[in-house]
Write a protein that binds this ligand. Sequence first.
Ligand code: SF4
Ligand code: SF4
Length: 204
Amino acid sequence: MSKEKNTGGSAGKGSGKSRIPGAGLAKGLAVTLKTMTKRAVTQGYPEVMPDLPPRSRGVIALFEENCTVCMLCARECPDWCIYIDSHKEVVPAREPGARDRTRNVLDRFAIDFALCMYCGICVEVCPFDALFWSPEFEYATEDIQALTHEKDTLRAWMWTVPAPPALDERAEEPKEFTMARRAADKLAGGAQKPARPPRGGDAE
Ligand code: SF4
Ligand code: SF4
C-alpha cells in the first residue's frame, strides 16, 4: 500500500516558491493599464438612449380595439393591478325579425405599475391579442399614484410596440392572410368581369 501526503495546497509553507517583493503591486498596475486602454462600457443615458432588445418588458400597451372586456387579464393578474370598468350596449338587429344583440363597451382600463411585477401573465392569457409588451421605459415618477396609467396612455404605447418577427420561411401562411387574399382576389375578379347586358336590351 502506498501512502499519499496531503500537502494542503501548492502555495503553502514549504512549497518551494519564493516571493518577489512588489510582485502584487506590479500585477495590480498591469490590470489597471489593461482596463484603461479598453473602451468604456458605461452609457451616457439620458443623452444616449440605450439600445434595448426589441422584446424588452418595458411597459404593457393596450390595443383597445381588440379588447372585448372578457376580464380574463384582470382575473389572472396575481397582483390585482388591472382595473376594468364597462357597460353593456344594445346593438340593433341588422335584419328584420332578428334579435337585438348586446356588446360590452370599455369605459376604463388601467394598470397600476406600482403594483405590477411584470410577470406577463395578462399578455399571455388575453385571448384577443389586446395586450402587448412595449420596450418603453421612460415613465418613472416620484408620485406613486401617477404610476396608474389609464387606457389612453396604454393605447398610445401601442405605437412603441415593435412589429412581430418574420415567420419562418417554411411556416404556413396565417389563415387571416389567406382569407384576406382570397377576398381581395374575389373583389378584383368581380371588377374585371364584363357587365352583363340588361335583359331585353338591344344587345348586338
Ligand atoms: S404583468 Fe403580471 S402583475 Fe403586471 S398587470 Fe400583467 S398580470 Fe398583473
Ligand atoms: S383579456 Fe384581453 S380582451 Fe379580455 S379584458 Fe383583458 S385585454 Fe381585454
